[in-house]
Design a protein around this ligand. Structure first.
Ligand code: FMN
Length: 397
């Protein structure tokens, strides 16, 4: 029997869509309110999610005028949420480049202990120049070398942690990224806009895991899905149009630059032509390929504004705009066809998009066992994650 699908919620302050922070309902006045994130965590826990995911891009100003994403440092925020919200699991992002192995060892050992094993580590091999600047202009190795270094670090950490280790998550899609994931990851996040792309990613990962001497069932592939919800399909589409109209040119440039694509100044209404990945881009390189396929689909005369309207919020992930039943139908279809092992759910806007999801999508998924927090830790066991059993005296205090 295949394990219960895993379901994570991706937390972004105002929502994942680049226009969301400009909605009148946006919670920008709560930017520095930890209670906002606690409420988010409680909502998704009530909605049956296994856990929440915090991305982290150190050096990107969370309060830039173009978009608001993550105002808090995720490790400390995770500790507070783990304490306040029982049964919820949290995956946080930490880079193998801008810290030391000792720090990673201590941080995750501590979080593992204080949460009884409810912590996961999204292992990233950051190469962004902005992050390098934030750390005193250190020289960052090239893309593949960073994975090689990470490989050694994770080998040693796994040995040191033993059975008290975090869930290991990875989200690199390049050849070296997938090879790394096949060796270490329990869970892989991926940006696959179509079912075929998801199937191909999952099949490739499973093949690589087997080649690395692992049981392919130990590695679980979770694509992202951006949800834009309405009580009717028309309402959802209208919300999507509103959000797209709120994306500033600056936000668009910022988003594209993360993937090594530069939009010339003042070119928002010019045709994109063929997408070109900056040859020297040392950050996320694999996404340009996914976006290039999207450009091909919408046609060579598409403008930058049209491209951005297509990828805003999803940025290469699956995107579904519709009613709760529409979104659940797509998720159930992907799960039925075994092109994925769960999802990482993104909300076009927050907090409304989260409460809408819990009210309108979760009930449709409960029927298949998702929605009762069944995915983890129960589902973590088939991942052969050695689970630390608390001693009885700790339980009784
Ligand atoms: C769902 C998802 C979440 C990600 N979160 C982060 C993140 O928080 N921080 C980061 O630096 N990279 C993040 N990434 C990027 C990847 O982890 C990875 O660093 C990037 O794809 C470069 O590796 P690649 O060239 O092997 O794809 C994320 C990717 C995906 C698909």
């Amino acid at each position: 029997m295949s394990p219960t699908p895993l379901l994570f919620a991706d937390i972004h302050h105002s929502g994942d869509h680049e226009g969301a922070w400009r909605l009148p309902s946006s919670p920008i006045e709560q930017i520095n309110d930890p209670g906002y994130y606690l409420d988010f965590a409680r909502s998704v826990q009530a909605g049956g999610f296994d856990g929440v995911f915090f991305a982290d891009f150190v050096g990107y100003d969370p309060l830039v005028s173009s978009v608001i994403r993550w105002p808090f440092e995720p490790t400390t925020l995770a500790a507070a949420i783990l304490h306040e919200v029982p049964d919820l699991n949290i995956v946080i992002t930490s880079s193998t480049v801008f810290t030391t192995p000792e720090q990673l060892y201590r941080t995750f050992r501590t979080l593992h202990a204080l949460s009884d094993g409810r912590i996961g580590w999204n292992i990233v091999t950051t190469g962004a120049p902005k992050t390098a600047r934030a750390f005193g202009n250190i020289t960052v190795p090239g893309h593949d070398e960073r994975y090689q270094v990470a490989d050694g670090i994770v080998d040693r950490l796994r040995e040191r942690w033993g059975s008290d280790r975090p869930l290991l998550v990875q989200a690199g899609a390049s050849d070296t990224g997938r090879a790394f994931a096949a060796r270490h990851a329990d869970v892989v996040f991926g940006a696959t806009p179509t079912k075929d792309a998801a199937r191909a990613f999952r099949t490739d990962l499973r093949r690589r895991a087997a080649e690395a001497g692992r049981d392919p069932d130990e590695i679980r592939f979770l694509p992202g899905i951006l949800t834009t919800l309405g009580a009717t399909g028309e309402e959802a589409s209208a919300l999507r149009d509103t959000l797209d109209g709120l994306v500033t040119e600056e936000a668009a440039r910022h988003m594209l630059a993360m993937y090594g694509i530069s939009m010339p100044p003042g070119a928002f209404d010019d045709a994109v032509g063929a997408l070109v990945l900056e040859p020297r881009h040392n950050g996320i390189r694999s996404r340009a390929g996914v976006l290039g396929e999207i450009v091909e689909k919408i046609g060579p005369s598409a403008t930058w504004r049209q491209l951005v309207a297509t990828i805003a919020g999803s940025r290469g992930h699956l995107s579904v705009t519709g009613t709760g039943a529409d979104v659940a139908a797509v998720m159930n279809d992907w799960l039925d066809d075994e092109v994925c092992d769960g999802f990482i759910v993104k909300f076009a806007h927050s907090p409304g998009g989260v409460t809408d999801y819990v009210a309108s999508v979760s009930p449709h998924l409960n029927a298949r066992g998702i929605g009762h927090r069944a995915g983890w830790p129960a589902a973590a066991r088939p991942l052969t994650i050695p689970r630390h059993e608390p001693t009885s005296h700790r339980r009784s205090t």
